[in-house]
Design a protein around this ligand. Structure first.
Ligand SMILES: *Cc1c(COP(=O)(O)O)cnc(C)c1O
Length: 389
């Protein structure tokens, strides 16, 4: 079958062999402990589920929703942004609910990227920024996130002919996969850079509520002038353990919000209304579980970091996100090291190369694994290390 050329422009899927190995081990009855997926292991808080069930019983919610979302939801999102970040949003013009933020992240390039056009994309990064660019016919230009720069892009090193051709810049803090954070000073620099070069900014911020040691990550929209230049993607997935329900939002610049609305109103019919009501409950109801979950993740972080450093990998202590980005020993590619780990310990991690060229030399551990499995995994790593010395 001949596929459209744009599909051939997507990069090859790198993890075929690793996934095969995992399947083989499991088929042999071996227990693979996976640190791969970033998906909260705790259930959605019960008051949110109760609201969803109640809304599901109401037949007015059995019909097509509207792409623009329920006014109640847009207001709840605006209210949450005001309360959490002191950012004021017009719920009717500056808020757009999404079928999970990945959906909007993937589609937004259709609004701004011309065939052959450039988007500045961090490397390493969450794959949909560059895949969305490619599917829109554009080209991602990598902004390396180097450890020596605290995994922040260095705008000075982007060639001026690239900047001239670029339309959009992607940013993501707290960052997946590196666990790095950005302060308001960095966002201010980014907005200034965008103003100078007539760029739009898409900031992806699903981890602002997953933070440790009392740290409170800021919103990019707290910078004055940010709303003239960009939008922020956020999600209920990580904050409210709602990955399976698929609901997120794009907020900020009204023209950008309207552009994505235009695309989406032609492609989808919005978020199922029972889920929208559940999201209203999540945003307006008790926020207590957030601190509780962060305390659990912080304990896991500290335990696993200790083991990671003991076995000769090197990782910084992430102040936010549920990922540990660990440097592997020299002489291995991240794929080879991942295979070795899987073969010798039955532990699965994500090879850094999956997030871009600059991810080479690293592997990612996710902390969204039950405490039991975490203990088991850490034991395996320690035994493996002692044996291999
Ligand atoms: C998890 C994640 C998302 C979004 O998830 P949705 O479930 O689609 O809302 C977006 N960006 C990054 C970097 C993520 O890790």
């Amino acid at each position: 079958m001949e596929l459209a050329k744009r599909l051939n422009r997507l990069p090859p899927y790198l993890f075929v062999e690793i996934n095969q190995k995992i399947a083989e081990l499991r088929a042999k009855g071996e227990e693979v402990i996976s640190f791969v997926v970033g998906d909260p292991d705790l259930p959605t808080p019960s008051h949110i589920i109760e609201r969803m069930c109640q809304a599901a019983q109401d037949s007015t919610n059995h019909r097509y929703p509207e792409t623009a979302g329920l006014p109640e939801l847009c207001q709840a999102i605006a209210g949450w942004y005001e309360k959490r970040f002191g950012v004021t949003l017009d719920p009717s013009r500056e808020v757009l609910p999404l079928i999970g933020s990945k959906e909007g992240i993937g589609h937004v390039s259709l609004c701004f990227i011309e065939p052959g056009g450039l988007a500045l994309v961090p490397d390493p990064s969450y794959p949909p920024y560059s895949l969305g660019t490619v599917l829109a016919g554009g080209e991602p230009y990598s902004m390396p996130l180097k450890e020596e720069n605290d995994f922040l892009p260095d705008f000075e090193t982007i060639p001026s002919e690239v900047i001239d051709r670029a339309k959009l810049m992607w940013l993501n803090y707290p960052n997946n996969p590196t666990g790095a954070i950005a302060g308001l000073d960095f966002f201010e620099k980014a907005v200034h850079f965008a103003q100078q070069h007539d760029l739009l900014i898409c900031h992806d911020a699903p981890y602002t509520e997953v933070a440790f040691d009392g740290y409170k990550p800021p919103s990019f929209l707290q910078i004055s002038g940010a709303k003239e230049r960009g939008v922020e993607f956020h999600s209920l997935s990580k904050t409210y353990h709602m990955t399976g329900w698929r609901i997120g939002m794009m907020v900020g610049n009204a023209d950008m919000v309207n552009a994505l609305f235009k695309v989406k109103s032609n492609l989808d019919s919005g978020v199922p209304q029972a889920i929208q009501y559940a999201a209203v409950e999540a945003l307006l109801g008790s926020q207590e579980h957030i601190a509780e979950h962060n305390a659990i993740l912080q304990r896991r972080r500290d335990k696993l970091l200790k083991v990671i450093n003991e076995i000769g990998l090197k990782a910084r202590t992430p102040q936010a996100t549920f990922y540990i980005w660990a440097k592997i020993p020299q002489g291995y590619t991240s794929i080879d090291f991942t295979k070795k780990l899987l073969d010798e310990t039955g532990i699965a991690v994500t090879p850094g190369i999956g997030y871009g060229k600059e991810g080479e030399g690293y592997i990612r551990f996710s902390l969204t694994i039950s405490d039991d499995r975490l203990e088991q995994g850490m034991n395996r790593l320690l035994v493996w290390h002692r044996r291999s010395r």
